[in-house]
Ligand binder design. Structure first.
Ligand SMILES: *Cc1c(COP(=O)(O)O)cnc(C)c1O
Length: 399
């Protein structure tokens, strides 16, 4: 479907956007084209930098007919001009950071976020001469104070891993525009169902498709959404030369998962609210963090910026390592495993010691602040689509 698909409702867009009706077989489902190369019937340039939207398919590292359908679906749901899919969320993250930051540039990034992103920013980027300032992005004033003349990019993750802190995207967008810096938002926890960062002024949106968008825990993928000019820069350099290309099979699986994203997100939110309330009333639970409940310190911003509170709930208990051991052996429904956003519920203990040392390197006030919320560890629960009463029963058994 093409034409006015962008004016349709979100459920219609999730199902039909990007799907190519011109299949040579008349198939209703998208074609899965596993070919790495394509027959050429006219002379084409071999340099990826000369490719444009009208170029034929040449080689799957540059573009592929199945992946192209997923990319169009992503762009339409994110309200972006274009999107590219990558092999993983980290493939998308590193593509953006390496494409748009050069020696001498400065990056401002959320001080706590996805550990892979945090470690790449702190450990790898400085090797290329990029300086990095992690700040608590809950307060836009902290971003403003960190801006200097070399600041080229502001990177937000909202809600963030694992503390579920929010950042005000519109406020950060104003600061980025004043500075002439790019605003990038990792919107993996929110999904395009909850938040459309482009409409709020972000330049680029990054997703791990491995999580909610794919939604079934069977395919890794990532995505970057943004303007035609930024995405074509990424396609010409980062995608084709850094090489984190998604398999067309994974693109096909993720597209199938994406068709049900709006209804899955409604169910994730409904279940997460019930589980968060159950945990808040549980005598052995010390703290519950969920943007959808009044007790979340940024609940007002969540209501303003999110159309759906998503399915991520973090909570703290005493003696968390013992509880984690019980979870590994005694949970019947919930899987004790990393990752999130699947139809299956997943839970994992995010140990403070590990995160502070390896990922966040927090000190002083920032460290005190982290410890006050997380103690020696937070359980990160990705509330799935099972019956919520079974999830609560499972949790009750191990808490
Ligand atoms: C999982 C995740 C990533 C990385 O995605 P992969 O697909 O695992 O590479 C990045 N950001 C966030 C917020 C994530 O949850």
């Amino acid at each position: 479907m093409s034409g006015n698909i962008r004016s349709k409702g979100i459920s219609t867009r999730a199902i039909h956007a990007g799907e190519d009706r011109r299949s040579s077989t008349g198939a209703s489902a998208p074609d899965l084209v596993m070919s790495s190369t394509f027959l050429i019937d006219e002379e084409v340039s071999f340099s990826a930098t000369n490719l444009d939207a009208d170029s034929p398919y040449i080689y799957t590292r540059w573009s592929n007919p199945t992946t192209a359908q997923l990319e169009e679906k992503l762009a339409v749901l994110e309200q972006a001009e274009e999107a590219i899919a990558t092999a993983s969320g980290m493939g998308a993250t590193t593509a953006v950071l390496l494409q748009f930051l050069s020696h001498g540039d400065h990056l401002i990034i959320s001080s706590t976020n996805y550990p892979g992103t945090a470690e790449f920013a702190r450990q790898s980027l400085p090797r290329f001469g990029v300086s990095v300032t992690p700040v608590d992005t809950r307060d836009p004033g902290n971003i403003e104070n960190a801006i200097r003349s070399e600041t080229k990019m502001i990177w937000l993750e909202t809600p963030s891993n694992p503390l579920l802190r929010l950042a005000d995207i519109a406020a950060a967008a104003k600061l980025a525009t004043q500075q002439g810096a790019l605003l990038v938002v990792d919107s993996t926890f929110a999904t395009p169902i909850a938040t459309r960062p482009i409409a709020l002024g972000a330049d680029l949106v990054v997703h791990s498709l491995t999580k909610y968008i794919g939604g079934h825990g069977d395919a890794m993928g990532g995505a970057i959404c943004g303007s035609r000019s930024l995405i074509s820069e990424l396609r010409g350099e980062a995608l084709t030369h850094y090489g984190a290309v998604i398999s067309p099979f994974n693109a096909w699986l993720i597209m199938r998962g994406m068709a049900t994203l709006p209804m899955r997100m409604r169910a994730h939110q409904e279940n997460a609210l019930l589980v968060a309330e159950f945990l808040e009333n549980h005598p052995n639970v010390e703290a519950v963090i969920y943007p959808g409940v009044e007790s979340h310190p940024q609940h007002a911003l969540a209501k303003q910026q999110m159309d759906n509170f998503s399915g991520m709930v973090s909570f703290r208990v005493a003696d968390s390592k013992k509880v984690a051991e019980r979870m590994m052996s005694d949970l019947e429904v919930i899987h004790y495993a990393v990752s999130l956003g699947h139809h299956r519920s997943l839970i994992y203990l995010m140990q403070t010691e590990d995160l502070i040392e390896s990922s966040y390197q927090l000190e002083g006030e920032a460290l005190d602040d982290y410890l006050a919320t997380a103690g020696d560890g937070l359980f990160r629960l990705s509330v799935g689509l099972e019956d919520p009463s079974d999830l609560c029963e499972d949790l009750d058994r191990v808490l």
